[in-house]
Each structure stands twice: as structure tokens, then as C-alpha cells.
Write a protein that binds this ligand. Structure first.
Ligand code: FUB
Length: 318
């Protein structure tokens, strides 16, 4: 039962999830969370869904930031910093402030990798990079154009959903992709240039989109949205989160199963964070009042590991 798995996780009540629980933000709609922990502060960076009620398309123009020194699914645990990055930062971008991730580079600065449309239609997504001296900005365009685009050799069918990981040995990896085409490449120390060729990581069974790469006790994990398999979804319109493990951030990966079931929104998008002695799964749902597939809201739940390093399935706190 959830209360046994997650003792005291929700700060809403001493007995577990209470009225002050997911989604963590309800005054605006937020999606595609990314997490970062710096100097004892947890950050969530998320896109903002601005579709009107009933509008069946993404309307996303900016990214919002939240911080906490005691992260949980209690909305009161999170300070809201507003829009700290928008399409305006990228002079070459036209629309679609889709999924993103902030990672601290070897130079100590913060690099925000974003999915954006280079034009004003929905067909040409790119990965851009912004940089700042502080997680909350101010950010500026680090390149002046896309890091990854359709013209990047061997790029994905849809170049979205970047996840960046700086390993202890200094090697840096970027994973991204959608439409069943995961892609990976090493980055140079400056975080803004490719170091070698784009490759297709092996072993990511059922990959759809939304990769999240992290490491724990020398084992590498890649969580990702999948829209296939009876263990995953009731229909391919929805997605669960599967995960795979590897002995190297380059793979090859071994699929380990589903860590987060289908959620109430069609899209699913994981971010995973260690804070203190707890790990957290951050994702989005359609659960907020007035919510929907294009009016999503960020949720937080505890992520638990088995003694052998495999992941227990996340219990979704309503
Ligand atoms: O929010 C727009 C797109 O939907 C994201 O880039 C995907 O991960 C999915 O959540």
C-alpha cells in the first residue's frame, strides 16, 4: 500500500498523502518537468501549458521554475519563480517551448537544453541551449542557433526532449528523440558542441520519447516514455515510463520494465532526482482542476530502489 511504501512522504498530513498533495502547482498548467539539485536546493523546471479549455494542441511559449529545500508533493514545499526562460531568448525559434533539462557544466555554469520549433509550424523541432551563472538565470542563448536540428547527421525523426548527463570522469552525454528514435551523442566540455557522431543507443525497448539519464552506485539508468506493451498502456495514445540500465552512459542498455504506469494525460514525462536520502519521480498528469492533455500539471512522488538496484513502481499520489 502507498502509505507503507511512502511513510510521511506527503507533507500534507502525518499519515501520508493528504489534501495538500499532487499536483504541486494549480494556478497555472505545467508540463515536462526537469529536476536539478544545487547546494541543498531542489529545482523543477517545467514548460507551461497555455491551451484554452478544449483546445487540442500544445500552446507552450515559456519555461517556469520552482525551488524547494525540502522537496515533496506538498504544494507548499515549492517556491514559484515564474517564467525564467522563454522563446524570446532564442531569436531563431518560432514556437513550441517543449521539454527541457538544466545541467551544470564543468565550468560551473548552468546549461538549459530546450526543445523548440525553428519555425512557426509544428513540424521542425530543434534542440537549443541557453546558459546562465545561476539556475534561475538570467539565461542567454549559448549558441545563436540549434545544437541539434534536422540537418544534424543521423538525428531523430523528431528532435525533442533533451537529457544531459555529466559523468564523474568528465564525459558528457546528450540523449534525445521521439517517434521511437532515441539518439545520443557526446558533448564537448563547453556543453555547446558535439564530440563525435550521433548514435542510436541499443536496448531501449519500446522507446517513444522523453529520456532521463542518471547514475546511482555506478549503475546508469535511462527512464523514458513508452507507448507500447500491455504492461505499459491501455492504448498507444498513452505512455508509461519504462527504464533500462547499463554499465556505461553510452549503453548498451538492458530494459528493466515499467517504473511509472500510464498517467491521466496522454503524454508522460519523467525527471528523477536524489535529494538527501530520498529519490523522487517528477512527472506530469491531467489531474489539476480543468486539466487535460494540453493542460497538464507537475506531480512529485517518491522513487524507491530494491536492494539489487532495480526500481519499484512509483505509487501515484492523487
Ligand atoms: O510538451 C510537449 C511534448 O509532449 C514534450 O516535448 C514531450 O515529452 C511530451 O510531453
Amino acid at each position: 500500500p502507498a502509505s507503507a511504501q511512502q511513510p510521511g512522504y506527503a507533507a500534507g498530513t502525518p499519515d501520508g498523502p493528504g489534501p495538500l498533495a499532487n499536483p504541486i502547482v494549480t494556478d497555472i498548467y505545467t508540463a515536462d518537468p526537469a529536476t536539478l539539485v544545487v547546494d541543498g536546493t531542489a529545482y523543477i523546471f517545467a514548460g507551461r501549458d497555455e491551451a484554452a479549455p478544449g483546445q487540442q494542441q500544445f500552446v507552450m511559449r515559456e519555461w517556469q521554475a520552482f525551488s524547494s529545500r525540502s522537496p515533496s508533493n506538498d504544494p507548499a514545499a515549492w517556491q514559484h519563480h515564474g517564467a525564467v526562460l522563454s522563446l524570446d531568448t532564442f531569436a531563431w525559434a518560432g514556437a513550441n517551448a517543449w521539454a527541457s533539462e538544466v545541467e551544470q557544466g564543468p565550468d560551473g555554469r548552468f546549461y538549459w537544453f530546450v526543445s523548440v520549433d525553428g519555425r512557426t509550424d509544428n513540424g521542425w523541432m530543434n534542440i537549443g541551449v541557453a546558459v546562465a551563472d545561476h539556475p534561475l538565470g538570467p539565461y542567454r542563448d549559448a549558441i545563436g542557433g540549434p545544437l541539434i536540428s534536422d540537418s544534424t547527421p543521423n538525428s531523430s525523426a523528431l528532435n525533442i526532449d533533451p537529457t544531459v548527463f555529466v559523468d564523474d570522469d568528465g564525459e558528457i552525454y546528450l540523449y534525445w528523440g521521439s517517434y521511437w528514435e532515441p539518439r545520443a551523442v557526446r558533448l564537448r566540455d563547453n556543453m555547446t558542441a558535439l564530440d563525435g557522431a550521433v548514435f542510436e543507443p541499443a536496448g531501449l525497448t519500446g522507446f517513444w520519447e522523453a529520456p532521463w539519464l542518471f547514475e546511482r552506485d555506478g549503475l546508469y539508468y535511462l527512464a523514458y516514455a513508452s507507448n507500447s506493451g500491455a504492461d505499459c498502456v491501455t492504448s498507444s495514445a498513452y505512455a508509461c515510463v519504462r527504464y533500462a540500465t547499463a554499465n556505461s552512459p553510452a549503453g548498451p542498455w538492458t530494459h528493466r520494465g515499467v517504473v511509472l504506469d500510464q498517467v491521466s494525460s496522454t503524454t508522460n514525462h519523467p525527471a528523477i532526482m536524489e535529494f538527501g536520502d530520498r529519490w523522487h519521480m517528477v512527472y506530469h498528469t491531467a489531474d489539476a482542476p480543468g486539466g487535460g492533455n494540453f493542460r497538464r500539471s507537475v506531480a512529485v512522488d517518491e522513487l524507491l530502489f530494491n536492494p539489487d538496484g532495480t526500481l519499484r513502481k512509483v505509487v501515484q499520489t492523487p
